[in-house]
Design a protein around this ligand. Structure first.
Ligand code: FES
Length: 211
């Protein structure tokens, strides 16, 4: 049987470049794949003046293809401006790896989505978002789908831990169905705040625990 992966994929899988996290990143993301449920985190450091990506790292909780694409996109993005890096496509990433099996397309899509989301996070934090859509409950819920429920290994929304969301006058208020003294409560609060505070029209994030 012919092995489905190119030599390049295997090489990047065995020796992935730029693996890990960056302390105090300028932009960061965690994206999940709707196709397989795997996740990837991307961290970037950006030169304020040139808007070039100075450093980039990734952590993959996905398969071999995802690790290999994570590795290649970090190589492709390093040194590029944010605008250039935004245009890196999954096709480019998979071509740079000598191709991926068709069934593995979503794995490279996940890695590229992670890169784009980290750039979007940087732009939000620096007031660079051009299209300023007012934050709604739906937008908040969409973000909360990127916060993991450590008890279940799935996000807070899918595991029904969010029992209330209110957005009013620059304040986002979220209610979590866990006791305040729960071992993961602090962790979850921090992650919720991190995901919501970068929204351009949110000044304050309040997290309540309801049990
Ligand atoms: Fe999930 Fe590849 S199968 S990222």
């Amino acid at each position: 049987m012919k092995f489905p992966y190119s030599e390049k994929v295997l090489e990047h899988f065995r020796n992935p470049r730029n693996v890990g996290s960056i302390e105090n990143p300028d932009g960061k993301s965690t994206e999940g794949s709707p196709a397989c449920g795997d996740m990837v985190s991307v961290y970037i450091k950006v030169d304020e003046d040139t808007k070039k990506i100075k450093d980039i790292k990734f952590e993959s909780y996905g398969c071999a293809s995802n690790i290999a694409t994570g590795s290649i996109i970090t190589e492709l993005a390093k040194g590029k401006t944010l605008e250039e890096a935004k245009n890196i496509s999954w096709k480019q990433a998979s071509d740079a790896l000598g191709g991926l099996p068709k069934i593995k397309t979503h794995c490279s899509v996940l890695a590229v989505d992670g890169l784009r989301a980290a750039i979007a996070n940087y732009e939000e934090k620096h007031g660079l978002i051009k299209e300023k859509i007012p934050t709604t409950k739906e937008i908040v819920l969409k973000r909360l789908k990127h916060v993991m429920n450590p008890l279940a290994g799935l996000d807070l929304v899918r595991t029904n831990l969010i029992t209330g969301v209110k957005v009013e006058n620059g304040t986002a208020e979220v209610t979590v169905n866990l006791p305040e003294e729960h071992q993961f409560a602090n962790n979850i609060r921090e992650e919720i705040v991190e995901k919501l505070e970068s929204l351009w029209d949110i000044d304050e994030v309040i997290v309540n625990f309801s049990v």
